[in-house]
Each structure stands twice: as structure tokens, then as C-alpha cells.
Ligand binder design. Structure first.
Ligand SMILES: [Zn+2]
Length: 389
């Protein structure tokens, strides 16, 4: 009784279909939806763009109290479903599955509710602070791992900084890994989980390399369910020029140069591309305009091919050279990115940004688990790269 009372309070809309009252909610971490119209058992919806310049596609909502009903959700705009369709979660957003990845999807979907319990729907597999806390707890028992606060956000949230370093204090190399510069790009966190697991399994890595990992560069955006990409006046990944307006970016720029001690050689920023279509449905490294860096990036891609033992396979498309499509001077958005900023730091040889699709890797269906496994492959590649220096 108490639970349904709370849901009534936080629901975005309540509507009645065949005499039954449903609740459609987005008032939870990562929630995002706008309801345009409801008629019978059909709901017209679209992503809430908030302070996004132009268009984007992230959405996530929940439906309660709909046992036995089939509801149809119609999007009022195109390009909001991945080519594998929408994902659902029956356990409050912990586990996500694509409704039917083999279907052909356009801009609507229907769902038959088996119980009155909450069902969450999203364009992807949202990952918020709750997921990170559930994951990292077990690893904080390790003597190699510490966690503190890089910065406090405008809304008062902590931006976590995870350090994994040798107990001996002797550090040969340092590696900096970030994700969620763009709030909606949740797949980076699954990769990061795999990365942390693999570092702590590997004797050479944890005894020679110090890692700094920032799981949520735009923590407020992640928790609020923002798009984050192309945020006005600029997003977190264009905040590395002049005076940073976001506390996480300002703190990182302030802290990393001294932390580095010229041992920082690899920086990795994990992103997701556009929702679907060409150049957005394969895993790739974004090529640098600097040929010296591009050589190292291509070397890394070759190494990654040799460590790519997980389910998700990279192909010859895994290097997206500078000058192609959006990766060019003509199409560049003003403002220095994390990758370009770290490329300027003393000692950094391999600054890389990786684009990892939301749903489809060259026909392979992406899941939470195989995304984590790709993080393991990435870590093995980082090790191999460092060992050949
Ligand atoms: Zn991005």
C-alpha cells in the first residue's frame, strides 16, 4: 500500500485504460521522458532534450500497475530506438534486456505487462551511481584500491575518483580512464567495470601501473537523466579550454598534471556514438589529427585485435581516421576535448577515445555482460601496449 502511494506521488502521468489506472514515471535516477498524448492504450512520447542544443535520443521511463494490458508507445520523432529496439528492466534498472533484438524497429513498440510490478524501458541500458556503488563495494576491500571525491557537482553530488596502484609505491606507468563526459553514454561504465576487474586480476598491471578511473564526469547529468551531449553552452567534453565551467573538469585539469609525474602515458575516454546507422554500429578508436599520436593509436588497435577474445569483435573499422565524416576540422565543435587536452600533457603517448555502440556491433547484439568483457580485452591491450614501450 505504501509503495503504491509513493508511486502515485512521483508519477509523471496516471492514465486509465479499460478501467485500469496506470502510472508512467521518470522520477528516478536516469529517468527521462516527455508524454505528448495518451489515447486508449497508446501513449505518444519523446525524449526530454532539456538544455541540449539540437537533437538527441536518450530516454528512460517506468510503467507500474499494468498487469494483463498491452500498451503501445509511439515516439513523436524518429531515431530514438536502436536497431535492436528498446531495452527493458524488471528489477528497477539493474539488469536490462532488448525486447526483441531480431525484430526490425522503427519508432514505436508494444509491451504486454505480466504483473503490476514496475517495468522500465529505455533506448539503452542506463547505468547510474547506484550501479557503480553495487559494483565497486567488493573491490574496495582490495589493498590496491582507494576511492575519494574528485569534485563536488553543482547539485552537491560527489564525482568519484578510483585509484588502483601498487602497494609497493613503485609506479612505472600511470593510466587515466574517464567516461560519461556525455551523460547519456552509459556503455562506458560497463567497459569500465571490466577494466577494473581485469586490472585487479593481473599481477603485472597492479604491481607496476597506477590507474585513475573517473566513472561519471557529468554526474549530475547521469543522475538527472540528461542527454549531456551538446549541452548548452557547451558539454563536459568541450570544457577543457579557458576556465572550465564544470567542477569535475576543473578539478581534473588542476589535479592530473601534478599526479602524472610524467608517468602518465595512456589516457582513455569512453564514449558512445549516435544511436544507429553507418559508423555508429561498430567499436572504434577516434583517430587523432596528430600523426605521431595516430601512429600510436593504430598500433594500439593492432594490439587490441590480438587481445580481442571476448564475444564482441572489432574489425578493420576499429580505427576511424582523422578527416573522415564528423572527425574533421570542418565538423569540429569548438572547445578542447579531454583527449586533446591529455595529448598536450608531458609524457602522454597514447590518448584515445573509444566509441562503443549502444546496441549493435556489426550485427552482434550488445549486452551488459559482453560490454564488460570488452573492457577486459581493452585492459589486456593496455598492458601489452605498456609492456612494449
Ligand atoms: Zn561522447
Amino acid at each position: 500500500m505504501i509503495k503504491s502511494f509513493i508511486f502515485c506521488f512521483v508519477c509523471l502521468v496516471s492514465f486509465t485504460c479499460a478501467g485500469q489506472q496506470f502510472n508512467l514515471c521518470s522520477d528516478f535516477p536516469g529517468g527521462n521522458i516527455q508524454v505528448d498524448k495518451i489515447k486508449g492504450d497508446t501513449v505518444w512520447i519523446r525524449p526530454d532534450l532539456r538544455d541540449t542544443e539540437g537533437d538527441w535520443f536518450y530516454w528512460c521511463f517506468a510503467v507500474n500497475n499494468a498487469k494483463g494490458k498491452t500498451l503501445t508507445f509511439v515516439f513523436s520523432k524518429p531515431n530514438v530506438l536502436t536497431s535492436k529496439g528498446p531495452a527493458t528492466s524488471l528489477d528497477g534498472g539493474n539488469h536490462w534486456n532488448w525486447i526483441n533484438p531480431d525484430n526490425s524497429w522503427d519508432s514505436s513498440f508494444s509491451y504486454t505487462f505480466k504483473s503490476n510490478s514496475e517495468v522500465r524501458f529505455s533506448m539503452g541500458m542506463p547505468y547510474t551511481q547506484k550501479h557503480f556503488q553495487q559494483f565497486i563495494g567488493a573491490y574496495l576491500k582490495s589493498e590496491f584500491v582507494t576511492i575519494d571525491t574528485l569534485a563536488t557537482t553543482k547539485a552537491g553530488r560527489s564525482v568519484e575518483r578510483v585509484i588502483i596502484k601498487p602497494k609497493s609505491g613503485t609506479v612505472k606507468y600511470k593510466v587515466l580512464i574517464t567516461t560519461r563526459h556525455h551523460a547519456c553514454e552509459m556503455m562506458g561504465n560497463y567497459e569500465m567495470e571490466g577494466i577494473i576487474v581485469e586490472i585487479l586480476k593481473d599481477e603485472w598491471l597492479k604491481n607496476n601501473v597506477e590507474f585513475c578511473l573517473i566513472p561519471f564526469m557529468d554526474k549530475d547529468g547521469v543522475e538527472n537523466g540528461d542527454q549531456g551531449k551538446n549541452r548548452i553552452p557547451h558539454d563536459h567534453n568541450r570544457d577543457y579550454t579557458g576556465v572550465s565551467i564544470y567542477s569535475s573538469v576543473a578539478a581534473l585539469r588542476d589535479w592530473v598534471p601534478a599526479w602524472s609525474e610524467s608517468k602518465l602515458v595512456v589516457t582513455l575516454d569512453l564514449h558512445c556514438p549516435w544511436i544507429k546507422a553507418e559508423n555508429n554500429e561498430n567499436i572504434y578508436v577516434v583517430g587523432s589529427p596528430d600523426e605521431k599520436i595516430a601512429v600510436q593509436q593504430r598500433l594500439f588497435c593492432n594490439i587490441l585485435k590480438s587481445t580481442n577474445h571476448g564475444e564482441l569483435k572489432i574489425s578493420e573499422k576499429s580505427y576511424f581516421p582523422y578527416g573522415k565524416d564528423w572527425n574533421s576540422a570542418e565538423k569540429a565543435t569548438p572547445g578542447l576535448t579531454f583527449g586533446k587536452w591529455t595529448a598536450q600533457l608531458e609524457g602522454v603517448k597514447l590518448p584515445i577515445s573509444i566509441e562503443f555502440p549502444y546496441a549493435n556491433n556489426e550485427g552482434q547484439t550488445i549486452t551488459q555482460e559482453n560490454a564488460r568483457t570488452f573492457g577486459i580485452d581493452l585492459t589486456k591491450a593496455i598492458k601489452k601496449y605498456l609492456m612494449q614501450l
